[in-house]
Design a binder for this molecule. Structure first.
Ligand SMILES: [Zn+2]
Length: 273
């Protein structure tokens, strides 16, 4: 733990005070309970700002975490509500009725733009607890942020055809399959968190390039700080994203880097509820 704090301090000191580069909307940040001690809210906000992250879509296992971040930097943090109270509920929540009471309690108290990120695969999407989650999102007009296979995404749209879904990691699907899904569902967006197959050595993969050019408005980048240590990667992720985005037409790069996130989630947060 002490080592990690020291590494973080060194990292922060090495970053430029103000990033003049392309701003980043990081659409996949977690600030979960085991990160809070290592990285108090001010330090987490410092990392995001110094990495040139203009805004971040943040959810926490233990929702208090991102509420603290949001209070400290409402211009930077866009809150979304994760159905997990602690690490380790990823596989169990779909059959855990108590998740619904937790979501309801938080929704009564705080403002969010989305429910997620949650993990949900195939036919589990039609279990009673996920159905209730979708129902709550519908009542509160929230996005769903789904770490799901294509099958579960289709089931979510079947339950709620007007749903707006941010597909975490673009489902770890191949670009051709992602394009099919984007064609089929106009209310589907993708984050590219925790994948690197779309670019290497500053060059965008040809199949991914075709996807980005066909749907420049539907992709966002994200770090995915699913463990506390991943926070170290936020500046590197921003930098790496700028490198491969520079291989795309400028207007497409800007959209994927930050404009899509800002248009979709920034606008939602500003709109009256
Ligand atoms: Zn995640």
């Amino acid at each position: 733990m002490r080592l990690l704090v020291a590494v973080l301090a060194a990292l922060l000191a090495s970053l430029p005070a103000r990033a003049a580069e392309l701003p980043i909307f990081d659409a996949h940040v977690h600030y979960s309970h085991d990160a809070w001690d290592m990285l108090p809210p001010d330090a987490a906000i410092d990392i995001l700002r110094k990495a040139g992250v203009r805004r971040a879509l943040v959810s926490s296992s233990g929702d208090d975490g991102q509420q603290r971040l949001y209070t400290a930097a409402p211009d930077l943090i866009i809150p979304e509500l994760r159905p997990y109270r602690r690490r380790g509920e990823i596989a169990t929540w779909v059959r855990d009725e108590s998740v619904i009471a937790y979501l309801e309690e938080r929704l009564k108290k705080y403002r969010y733009v989305a429910i997620g990120e949650f993990h949900l695969y195939s036919a589990d999407a039609d279990l009673p607890v996920p159905r209730r989650l979708v129902e709550l999102a519908r009542q509160h007009r929230l996005f769903l942020h789904a770490h799901s296979d294509a099958d579960a995404v289709e089931r979510l749209f079947k339950q709620w055809p007007q749903a707006r879904i941010l597909w975490a990691h673009a489902g770890f699907e191949r670009p051709e399959r992602v394009r099919e899904m984007l064609r089929k569902y106009p209310n589907l967006w993708c984050d590219l968190a925790f994948r690197t197959d779309h670019a290497s050595g500053g060059k965008v993969d040809p199949d991914w390039r075709a996807a980005f050019l066909e749907f420049p408005e539907r992709f966002m980048v994200g770090t995915d700080t699913f463990t506390p240590e991943r926070w170290l990667y936020v500046p590197e992720h921003a930098k790496w994203s700028r490198t491969w985005l520079a291989d795309l037409p400028k207007n497409v790069a800007e959209r994927i880097a930050w404009k899509n996130g800002e248009t979709v989630f920034g606008a939602l947060l500003r709109s009256p509820q």
